[in-house]
Design a protein around this ligand. Structure first.
Ligand code: CMP
Length: 140
């Protein structure tokens, strides 16, 4: 069983798209085991996006990700990491396949609705980063 972290970004929250995205993952049979509305801090974003810190668009990411609350979610099921990334599709919505989350809802590469763990190692680190103070449940 895998776990993967999803962040529903500020544009997802303020455009009332939370349930639309949740529905995509639930329809794949994934199980939501933790969730919380959070205001992300610049320090946390610097850690989360450390691999992008030297990119010219990094300040834009920080101002966008702190512009409104996000919903952090932990999803569980077999192949959860790949299943969620496939449901979301490309980072840039212009390259997304039809009927995926980003094709349907994302507007630009900056306002791209959702973040999902890239691989199992990232998923473990992101779980540690975002869910150390949020309760995680278990059910069948
Ligand atoms: P995310 O999956 O959260 O990971 C890094 C984020 O950087 C990405 O989604 C985009 O929203 C954002 N970003 C902004 N500009 C770019 C860019 N030119 N290339 C890649 N990611 C970008």
């Amino acid at each position: 069983m895998e776990q993967t972290v999803v962040i529903l970004k500020p544009d997802c929250v303020v455009r009332w798209l939370i349930w639309n995205v949740i529905q995509r993952y639930e329809s794949l049979g994934l199980r939501l085991i933790a969730s919380s509305m959070e205001n992300l801090t610049e320090d946390l974003l610097k850690e989360h996006y450390a691999h992008l810190a030297d990119k010219p668009f990094f300040p834009k990411i920080v101002s966008y990700m702190t512009s409104a609350p996000v919903m952090v979610q932990l999803w569980e099921w077999e192949n959860a990491v790949a299943a969620v990334r496939k449901a979301n599709w490309a980072t840039n919505p212009a390259e997304a396949t039809p009927w995926t989350v980003r094709w349907d809802y994302a507007l630009t590469i900056d306002n791209n609705i959702v973040h999902a763990s890239e691989n199992l190692e990232d998923a473990r680190a992101e779980k540690e980063r975002f869910f150390s103070w949020i309760s995680v449940v278990q059910y069948t």
